[in-house]
Design a binder for this molecule. Sequence first.
Ligand SMILES: NC(=O)C1=CN([C@@H]2O[C@H](COP(=O)(O)OP(=O)(O)OC[C@H]3O[C@@H](n4cnc5c(N)ncnc54)[C@H](OP(=O)(O)O)[C@@H]3O)[C@@H](O)[C@H]2O)C=CC1
Ligand SMILES: O=C(CO)COP(=O)(O)O
Length: 309
Amino acid sequence: QTLAADDIPVLIWAREPEVVRAVNQAHENPAFLPGVPLHANIRATGLTGDLASCPVWLVVTPAQHLRATLAESPVAHRPTLILCAKGIEARSLALMSDIAAQVAPASPLAVLSGPSFAREVAEGKPTAVTLACADADCGERLARTLARPAFRPYWSDDVIGAEIGGAVKNVLAIACGVVIGAGLGENARAAVIARGFAEMTRFGLARGARAETLAGLSGLGDLVLTCGSTQSRNFTLGHALGQGQSATQALAGKTSVAEGAATAPVLVRAAQAAGVDMPIAAAVAALLTGSADVRAVTDALLSRPLRAE
Ligand SMILES: NC(=O)C1=CN([C@@H]2O[C@H](COP(=O)(O)OP(=O)(O)OC[C@H]3O[C@@H](n4cnc5c(N)ncnc54)[C@H](OP(=O)(O)O)[C@@H]3O)[C@@H](O)[C@H]2O)C=CC1
Ligand SMILES: O=C(CO)COP(=O)(O)O
């Protein structure tokens, strides 16, 4: 939102009244983005009805809450929806664009994804992302609207590819966190990134994504960012698992979301349905449910049959 506010008025809908108050009165969001001054063009509201006046929505609700949030919002006004959540809905295996198409069938849809820790974007640090929209002209228009000197959206018409990259990289970031938390070393992290990317590519191609999208910002780019940084919530969750905590212990008291925790088990089901082998994703899912420990999943991955790369 900070990006858009230079020349466009921005309205944030927030669930917490204290966030609404702080944005409107102090031009800051101390609960979620402390220390970053917000542009005077940014206003906040607690009423979804107020969104009716906004032609374009950046939808940042976590994946598991997207359906309910959209259903309570004035989508009948046919806003353009730019979907930013990175995940798969647990109860339906749906991608975010599937959910939006069901709940807001008249809205044009786009996906914004790629390596972009929110704080760095808000601080104006250089960032490049993918803006995917099936309507290429609409995608280009949205990318040009959101672009800023230090924020470069590259447009694409591969919505599925952009979504799958973002959803799968979170699961792989948990795996890399486990590797580092358990002291398995940097060679192992690089192996998980490369073999995890092979899993992402197999799954993405089976679901209709294009290889170049998966190798771009929203796939490989975000995978490298999230697997390599302790800023990542997914990496941090994995790190705690690697150090021997259970998922319940690692997630206790967390107010921010690690999307890969909900996505891992459904990704495994979706991969099975697509006939795709995803052993690293399956290992993450097993660790999260507690059905296997780090030693067992590591041994299982290392003892898989040798094969051609
Ligand atoms: N933060 C970042 O750097 C980036 C985030 N994203 C993506 O954006 C999405 C949102 O992330 P972010 O803004 O960081 O989220 P937060 O970490 O701020 O998490 C939001 C928290 O609020 C709760 N919540 C939010 N909306 C609702 C709702 N409508 N109903 C009920 N509970 C809700 C969630 O609850 P609960 O715990 O129950 O889920 C969660 O604990 C994610 O998909 C993330 O992957 C993408 C790029 C960068
Ligand atoms: O998606 C992100 C950066 O692109 C944020 O990653 P985490 O959700 O793991 O913090």
